[in-house]
Write a protein that binds this ligand. Structure first.
Ligand code: GDP
Length: 445
């Protein structure tokens, strides 16, 4: 799910990586590309419009943060907008004050209601509840048996009409089930209802009658995420017909483009509460808008990284550092150490690099990074006197031997570090273009 959309968005962000600053024209161009990407993913037009205008609003309001480069800024904006479109906060199940809590499932035939009944009951059981399943789908042949099978797999009681006894009145079954649950001390009742292949007046009326009979605390509308644009008309029909309090996305493991999943919350105004991702009872979880957004962005944990950078990054400190870098030889080994520690505070370097998009392609190099090398570099710098760190040029042969002995490394390692430091300082000064104190090459000798 969402692969095409993820790929398209990744392309949009890649185009921004080379930019130094984000202009209004960049934002407009990016918005256009994202609009196309969403439409191609089958996202409903009103949702696309809301998304783009939300995105533009955010880019206007966004304080220009020096902690983030343009690509990161756009990723953050798109992410925040995605989270919003998907519902913002995670919406948890609401339990009734007096047991049993009644959860009614509604949706088309094949949407995944019966499977969901099993998944939800297993999940609830795992949370210490004692759910009971109710077979009010008397429409589809085998629906009752199917519910009994999932109930057995989940280790949960199933209330169903005796074969040949009262068969045919799903409303009565649902009504009776509440008393049965109360008597048997079940604290949650999950009522599986009948769907049809398409929206149909009889089906909707039956769902309404069941709802009236059991007065559910939650009506969950189950929707197959694979069905594309049709999903929206179906969702609207259920919203206007039986009404619902939450959405369950099923078959998110499929390879459809995911437009329905992205549209349903905005179109119906009801939160997505759970996601089903396979045929097994455990392929199920609470729906978290944030996690889904970062999955769609294919950013691995890029967003975590961006947030960590924002937290670790002190803008004033960065400016002070930039000035030092620009001035050539004002950048000392103390600064170098400080910078290195700031980066390492964000976590192990391998994790940090692993969070970057495209990290998969350089995983061998990442695996080759040895934190111990960084520890040694830090140890060497700590083995220097404050005067040496401030003015590394004074580190002559005998000082190098002393530093090596003190920090438990070889003289070659100290030499390498000092050489690398001078090279880096020279390069940084040249890159900033503003030489300030130092003339090219001066700080490096
Ligand atoms: P109902 O008619 O709404 O009760 O739908 P079912 O629960 O019978 O599901 C219809 C079909 O979809 C069954 O073959 C299920 O195994 C399958 N199914 C349900 N949920 C999922 C899911 O999340 N992923 C996949 N791959 N299949 C699912």
């Amino acid at each position: 799910m969402f692969d095409t959309l993820s790929d398209r968005l990744e392309g949009v962000f890649a185009g921004l990586r080379s930019k130094g600053r984000l202009t209004d024209a960049d934002i407009d161009a990016t918005a256009r590309e994202i609009r196309i990407a969403l439409l191609e993913a089958d996202v409903a037009l009103p949702v696309v419009k809301a998304f783009i205008s939300g995105m533009k609003e955010r880019s206007k309001g966004a304080a220009v943060s020096q902690a983030l480069n343009p690509a990161q800024q756009v990723i953050k904006i798109v992410n925040d907008e995605l989270v919003d479109i998907l519902g913002g906060e995670t919406r948890r199940l609401r339990f009734a004050k007096t047991a049993p809590t009644v959860i009614m499932l509604a949706g088309l035939q094949g949407a995944g209601k019966t499977t969901l009944a099993g998944k939800l009951s297993k999940w609830l059981k795992g949370q210490g509840h004692s759910p009971m399943l109710v077979a009010s789908d008397l429409q589809r042949p085998n629906a009752v048996t199917q519910l009994q099978v999932v109930g057995q797999q989940a280790g949960v009681e199933v209330y169903a009409p005796e074969p040949g006894n009262g068969v045919g009145d799903p409303v009565a079954v649902a009504r009776e089930s509440i008393d049965v649950a109360r008597r048997k001390m079940h604290d949650v009742v999950i009522v599986d209802t009948a769907g049809r292949l398409g929206v149909d007046a009889d089906m909707m009326q039956q769902a309404i009658d069941i709802r009236e009979a059991v007065q559910p605390d939650e009506v969950l509308f189950v929707i197959d995420a694979m069905i594309g644009q049709d999903a929206i008309t179906t969702a609207e029909a259920f919203r206007d017909g039986v009404g619902f309090t939450g959405v369950v996305l099923s078959k998110l493991d499929g390879d459809a483009r995911g437009g329905a999943a992205l549209s349903v919350r905005h179109v119906t105004g009801q939160p997505i509460m759970f996601a089903s991702t396979g045929e097994k009872l455990d392929d199920f979880d609470v729906f978290h808008p944030e996690r889904m957004a970062s999955r769609i962005l294919g950013m691995g944990d890029m967003l975590t990284l961006i947030e960590q950078a924002q937290q670790t990054f002190d803008e004033e400190e960065a400016e002070r550092m930039a000035e030092k870098v620009a001035s050539g030889n004002k950048f000392t080994l103390d600064d170098f150490l400080e910078q290195m520690m700031a980066v390492r505070r964000m976590g192990p370097l391998t994790n940090l690099l692993g969070m970057l998009p495209g990290a998969g392609q350089i995983k061998d190099q990442i695996a080759g990074i040895d934190e111990k090398d960084l520890d040694r570099t830090q140890a060497i710098i700590r083995g220097m006197t404050p005067a040496e760190r401030q003015d590394p040029k004074m580190i002559n042969g005998s000082r190098r031997s002393r530093i090596a002995r003190g920090s438990g490394v070889t003289v070659t390692e100290v030499n390498n570090l000092v050489t690398r430091f001078f090279e880096a300082r020279k390069m940084m000064a040249q890159m900033t273009g503003n030489m300030g104190f130092g003339k090219p090459g001066r700080g490096a000798s």
